[in-house]
Design a protein around this ligand. Structure first.
Ligand SMILES: [Zn+2]
Length: 311
């Protein structure tokens, strides 16, 4: 893994290289931007570059030393990737039961990060989808970030950073990740043998979403033909709850990205965009926590329409 693999994020990569060159390590980062645009990959490569025994003069990791190999495989003892799978493992529960990041998980992480580095360098924690933190978990995290253990740094990844507490946001160095240009998304898909994706427009520059879309045949049509047909969107949701939740996430994603596009094109005001984006982000978090996907999708479509999103 190296910086060259991060597609369409030249500015973010430049920022990260500059931090590596400066040797002044901020203790908290926020990588913010849509899902599936390379935030997690960038976090891993950055950590690899920090821990690497032989980075080159452009701060690229060597990809061959024990640190590089262990970070790549996510088995480095001084690097924690904290996501719902990490929590499921910790609690010895099924992954499908994990919806939010709980306070016990953050407490456990604190104790792990407070121990001396096992391989002598820095310790790093990545918190994936930080908007999944419960309020109590955010408070526990804030306490850690106020006085982070020595030689540690923390990277929060979020597509919904407006849902994070301001007290956390104000401590973090924000590295924005932009949607990936459509041409590059199409190229990345072609490299994986995928020739066409319905509604590439709706993928909003996210390779991850484009890959998910490419597996579906029906539902993107619902949103391309009439993105605000709340009733159609609800009807398109599958009957079983886990699939219905996943599809609801995609609908929220499309609505949020369309709103963002409308705002950038000057079709809706910042106030309208921000209010609707905040409401929809909360609905997204609520569905992960247990709210009814159908009711939440209906409400999200209405919020988007209220903000001025039209076909
Ligand atoms: Zn290395």
């Amino acid at each position: 893994m190296n910086f060259g693999e991060i597609l369409g994020q030249d500015k973010a990569v430049r920022n990260l290289r500059a931090i590596l060159a400066s040797e002044k390590m901020p203790s908290v980062f926020l990588f913010s931007g849509p899902d599936g645009v390379g935030k997690k990959l960038a976090a891993k490569i950055f950590i690899q570059a920090v821990l690497c025994l032989a980075p080159d003069q452009n701060q690229s990791p060597c990809e061959a030393c024990p640190h590089c190999l262990a970070v790549q495989k996510e088995i480095h003892p001084d690097f924690k990737m904290v996501d719902l799978a990490y929590q499921a493992n910790l609690r010895d529960e099924e992954l499908s039961k994990q919806r939010t990041l709980r306070v016990d998980t953050i407490r456990h992480l604190r104790s792990e990060m407070s121990m001396e580095p096992m391989m002598g360098g820095w310790k790093a924690a990545v918190i994936v989808d930080a908007e999944n933190l419960e309020i109590e978990s955010s408070n526990a995290l804030l306490k850690i970030l106020e006085e982070p253990p020595r030689k540690t740094f923390w990277i929060l990844l979020s597509s919904q950073d407006q849902a994070l507490p301001k007290t956390i946001l104000s401590r973090a160095l924000k590295i924005p990740f932009a949607p990936i240009p459509k041409k590059l998304v199409a190229k990345a898909l072609a490299e994986r043998g995928i020739k066409s994706v319905p509604a590439l427009e709706l993928c909003a520059g996210s390779i991850g979403k484009a890959l998910e879309f490419s597996k579906r045949e029906n539902w993107p049509g619902v949103l391309t033909e009439n993105p605000l047909s709340a009733v159609q969107a609800c009807e398109s949701l599958p009957r079983d709850l886990p699939s219905s939740r996943r599809e609801a996430e995609l609908i929220f994603f499309s609505l949020l990205e369309n709103l963002r596009r409308f705002y950038h094109q000057g079709k809706i005001s910042f106030e309208r965009f921000e209010k609707a984006a905040r409401d929809i982000s909360w609905l997204k978090v609520a569905v992960r926590s247990n709210a009814d996907p159908r009711a939440s999708v209906l409400l999200a479509c209405l919020k988007a329409r209220e903000a001025g999103l039209k076909t």
